[in-house]
Design a protein around this ligand. Structure first.
Ligand code: MN
Ligand code: MN
Length: 314
């Protein structure tokens, strides 16, 4: 029997203390391949909040993950030493302090060689995460799955940062390799023609949901694999999925990816040089039957599976 309690011979999903996949909760990162980090923060949302409750709920729903990925034919926790690091101590009333805390925690992490898997939180947390990763790896290739461009200029003129701006600053700060920023699933009337033009001018390759549905996920993956040549960071906004599959989020946009397409997309990143990951914008108060958190935990599991396949090939 696998000694890892995530495999759960004596604990059912409704039992016990819900760390991610019931992994050990520790801040000791010695010989740890990957660690789960929560960022329970939602003060950078522009509409409905609640993502501060995301990490805890995703952890709870992750107890339904029994461990084997039958599509990729890998059992990630058999190959990887993974722990749950707990949460960043965010300051709900201050995005500046929170970004600082995220960057410091993430940098400490990345220095040890442990791959960081972050549970948000709203999408503003991606900027300090990208800064920390670029500090270690240099400019990154970036796969961004989202309904929204998130390259807007300050949504609120008094402050530069919100959950709609992280990738504008990441591009402007040179954190992303030229030509190696792909955003997938973009849609909705919230983005104007000028917003698309601006994203392109900043250096984004925007793949709209229309293009995804016309071409299919395999063709999209093909382009991603051609483009991404460097250390690759992956950021998944759960609102990339259709609200039918992910209603628990702050700014839902209809006509999105199915849950299967989202899993297929993340799964298909196998083979890239994967260095970091975040899953953001899960807002449990708006969820129904926890389906958004169930999907989120499964997306994280796909990424863990990719890391397991990557181990030993690097
Ligand atoms: Mn979004
Ligand atoms: Mn987003």
């Amino acid at each position: 029997m696998n000694p890892n309690p995530a495999f759960g011979a004596d604990l059912q999903p409704f039992m016990g203390i819900p760390s991610f996949m019931r992994l050990p909760v520790t801040r000791d990162l010695q010989n740890v391949d990957a660690a789960i980090l929560g960022v329970p923060y939602d003060s950078a949302t522009s509409h409905r909040s609640g993502t501060r409750f995301g990490p805890r709920k995703i952890r709870e729903m992750s107890l339904l993950l029994w461990g084997h990925n039958s599509t990729l034919n890998v059992t990630p926790l058999e190959r990887l030493n993974v722990v749950d690091y707990g949460d960043v101590s965010v300051v709900p009333t201050s995005i500046e302090h929170t970004m600082q805390a995220i960057a410091e925690t993430a940098s400490g992490f990345i220095e040890t060689g442990t791959t960081l898997i972050t549970l948000g939180g709203d999408h503003s947390i991606a900027l300090p995460l990208l800064r920390a990763h670029a500090k270690k790896h240099g400019p990154l290739s970036l796969v961004h799955v989202d309904a929204h461009l998130d390259t807007w200029e300050a949504e609120f003129p008094a402050v530069p940062y919100s959950h709609g701006t992280p990738f504008r600053y990441a591009l402007q700060e040179g954190l992303i390799r030229k030509g190696e920023y792909v955003q997938v699933g973009i849609r909705g009337p919230v983005s104007g023609a000028n917003d698309y033009a601006e994203a392109a001018a900043l250096g984004a390759r925007t793949i709209t949901i229309h293009e995804v549905m016309e071409k299919g996920i395999p063709a999209i993956l093909e382009e991603i694999h051609v483009r991404m040549t460097g250390p690759t960071y992956v950021t998944v906004d759960i609102d990339s999925a259709d609200p039918a599959f992910a209603p628990g989020t702050g700014t839902p946009e209809v006509g999105g990816l199915t849950s299967y397409q989202l899993l297929q997309l993340v799964r298909g990143l196998h083979g890239l040089n994967l260095v970091g990951f975040d899953l953001v914008e899960v807002s449990p108060p708006y969820d129904h039957g926890d389906i958004t958190s169930v999907l989120a935990s499964n997306v994280v599991f796909e990424y863990l599976s990719l890391l397991a396949l990557q181990k030993g090939t690097k």
